[in-house]
Design a protein around this ligand. Structure first.
Ligand code: FE2
Ligand code: FE2
Ligand code: FE2
Length: 165
């Protein structure tokens, strides 16, 4: 695929993916304000934008076989944790943006653990073992086989982790 349609699909994918997440944040805010029904509406439209984003992504034919996807994901995590976030951390520190620096730093550390999980998965793609993953709701660290008492990246307690089956 080429031309305007390719570039429009890319733009549409990015816009829909952002909307999907933005609406989840709006839903959380609505819950905090006690607007349960509005929160539900934001979650429903978020799910709809997810449908659009995934459909555009598939049309771009950027989803390959699983082994390739694992490799590409490993490379992205490695590059973002070794290059992108370190630069973002420095720039946030230079500008005195401590909260952003901490967020970038947690993300950098979590991404390097994500890279390890991908590498491990690449080496054991056909293994019969089964594990559940636990995602830290503060920093995005991913643990296997149970939530740790304390997150190794940000120190959050076990109850901040969400199980992914
Ligand atoms: Fe949409
Ligand atoms: Fe990641
Ligand atoms: Fe964490």
């Amino acid at each position: 695929m080429a031309g305007k349609t390719e570039s429009n699909l890319k733009t549409a994918f990015t816009g829909e993916a952002k909307a999907c997440l933005r609406l989840l944040a709006y839903a959380e805010q609505a819950e905090r304000e006690g607007y349960g029904q509005v929160a539900k509406l934001f979650r429903a439209i978020s799910a709809a934008e997810r449908v659009h984003a995934l459909r555009h992504l598939k049309l771009m034919k950027l989803v390959g076989p699983t082994e390739e996807n694992l490799k590409a994901s490993f490379e992205r995590e490695t590059s973002i944790s070794e290059n992108t976030y370190p630069q973002f951390i420095r720039e946030a520190q230079e500008e005195g943006q401590q909260a952003a620096a901490l967020g970038f730093s947690h993300a950098r550390d979590a991404e390097s653990f994500h890279a390890k999980l991908y590498k491990n998965a690449l080496e054991h793609m056909l293994a019969e073992t089964s594990t559940d993953y636990y995602v830290c709701g503060v920093c995005g660290y991913v643990a296997e086989n149970g939530a740790p008492a304390e997150c190794p990246v940000c120190g959050a307690r076990a109850e901040k982790f969400q199980r992914v089956t």
